[in-house]
Design a protein around this ligand. Sequence first.
Ligand code: NDP
Length: 282
Amino acid sequence: MVATLIDGKAIAKATRGRIKEEVTQMKAAGITPGLAVILVGENPASITYVRSKERACEQAGIYSRVIRHPATITEAELLQEIQQLNEDPSIHGILVQLPLPPHISEDLVIEAIRVEKDVDGFHPINTGNLVVGKPGFVPCTPAGIMVMLEEMKIPIAGKHAVIVGRSNIVGKPMASLLLNQNATVTICHSKTVELGEITRQADILVAAVGKPNFISKAEVKPGAVVIDVGINRLPEGLVGDVNFEEVKEVASYITPVPGGVGPMTITMLLENTIQACKQLQG
Ligand code: NDP
């Protein structure tokens, strides 16, 4: 079997087209959605991500304000800035690019963002809403994966979904989303014993580990849907957490890296920003 490719780039393009149309209509009604992105320090990956977010907003017609600070900014100064953005009516979404320098508490910063403007979905109230199945902002990467599964008409209810990775931004919200759609969910992590035994039971396997080519063919059940979240920068280029060449021979569906989950993440940020705008504008 050779797996069908889940083309995240194409799905993202179509979704962004729809978002752009919606923004055009909102602007015609006198409302411009606005996103503030705060970047602290000079982390090269963060600089690249922020630039991509800025460009995506521009293309969609969303107002974006990128606020850059040196790594020496104090926690109090950053919290004060967030407070101002919380009250700024032209800003509907606030995102603080992580990681932050060690002298600034990421938890305090995330908790300072007004829940209604938390378009990254990292605030504990949005996390709680997701866990109990209430509406709220969902972290962009797992939200994008759900859109891809829906677009590909991949059934979820009753399927065994195995997620490798338990981070707050990918693994855990992914588990909640799949559980809310009635999958039977198993979460694996670095202390999981006999990982392969578990991944081989997966109808839907999500790899969010951060280790290049970590999941091999032997760890995948024939016919499984394989979602590769990993972004690993190697000298030969970007690779995922899944050994794509091997696993595509056994999976039924697979996401490539690059061009799979990645393009959907920023797309969902745009989507969350227009949702925030609509809710704040009533
Ligand atoms: P984290 O480093 O926060 O989490 C990695 C997870 O993998 C942890 O739960 C860890 O377990 C688990 N893990 C590590 N080693 C093993 C192992 N040997 N066996 C089983 N589990 C293991 O990473 P993120 O969740 O933030 O990101 C994961 C990957 O996804 C990265 O490559 C990142 O770059 C990428 N990413 C891609 C995005 C996109 O848009 N495509 C967005 C966000 C992330 P433990 O908890 O026990 O330490």
